[in-house]
Design a protein around this ligand. Structure first.
Ligand code: FPP
Length: 237
């Protein structure tokens, strides 16, 4: 798609509203998550068409373990099934999948599939799809601080030498661009522990639509809104 409008390089999405979508239809919450996976597919297609280079999805937060066990199990099953079903098409489309978050809490089976999809798609270069799983910003910063602390204690790093680049390089997102645009669906206007460090200069967009109803048109609208924003990064323009 050729256009003169600024296109965000990295769009990060908080997929909210699956439960409400299911409830409105008298369905189980897990049906909302299944419909949510369809929206991920739709969004990915739209992002490829518009030339977006990275999409990050908040798929499972560290807080989500507190949901009913049946819902957590359904999400884990959906995750494994989606990886099995989608990997060939993702490869074909040139999509690389990377995971952020602390994965040791997942079952061996889930960890196996996460490693599998990362390896299988490692050579893809058109778009990077990042799944935030057992992720929260505070937990990511905690783990980064521990690692930095270890390096200081071992004498490999001087405390005075720690700068913003040092911190960024110890986050799960090391080497990835910061999000230019953060979208949260369902009308909620919160960051909920998602990419807090990385979103320092992001633009925010909060459409009312529930995540399972997020469409190609909705994605295009988000890009329109982004294109009209005046990003100054703390400078005078
Ligand atoms: C928020 O809706 C959605 C989630 C917590 C999970 C999103 C997951 C997917 C779309 C599926 C892909 C991810 C995996 C792990 C398979 P909500 O349940 O909070 O909705 P509500 O606010 O209406 O209750």
């Amino acid at each position: 798609m050729s256009t003169d409008k600024p296109i965000p390089q990295h769009v990060a999405i908080i997929m909210d509203g699956n439960g409400r979508w299911a409830k409105q239809r008298g369905l189980d919450r897990s049906e909302g998550h299944i419909a949510g996976v369809e929206s991920i597919r739709t969004t990915l297609k739209a992002a490829l068409r518009h030339g977006v280079r990275q999409l990050t999805f908040y798929a499972f937060s560290t807080e989500n373990w507190g949901r009913p066990q049946a819902e957590v199990e359904a999400l884990m099953e959906l995750l494994c099934r989606s990886i099995i079903n989608e990997t060939p098409e993702l490869k074909k489309q040139g999509v690389r999948v990377q995971i952020i978050g602390e994965r040791s809490r997942f079952s061996e089976r889930v960890q196996y599939y996460l490693a599998q999809i990362e390896q299988e798609t490692a050579a893809s270069e058109k778009l990077t799809m990042v799944l935030a799983l057992n992720y929260s910003s505070r937990d990511e910063l905690r783990r980064a601080m521990q690692q930095i602390g270890r390096e200081v204690a071992e004498g490999h790093l001087q405390p005075e030498a720690i700068d913003e680049q040092t911190i960024a390089a110890h986050l799960d997102t090391a080497g990835m661009p910061d999000p230019d645009l953060v979208i949260r669906t369902s009308g909620e206007q919160r960051l909920s522990n998602f990419l807090m460090w990385q979103s320092a200069y992001a633009e925010f967009y909060f459409p009312e639509v529930l995540w399972p109803d997020f469409s190609e048109e909705e994605f295009a609208r988000a890009l329109e809104v982004y294109a009209k924003r005046d990003r100054r990064f703390g400078l005078v323009k």
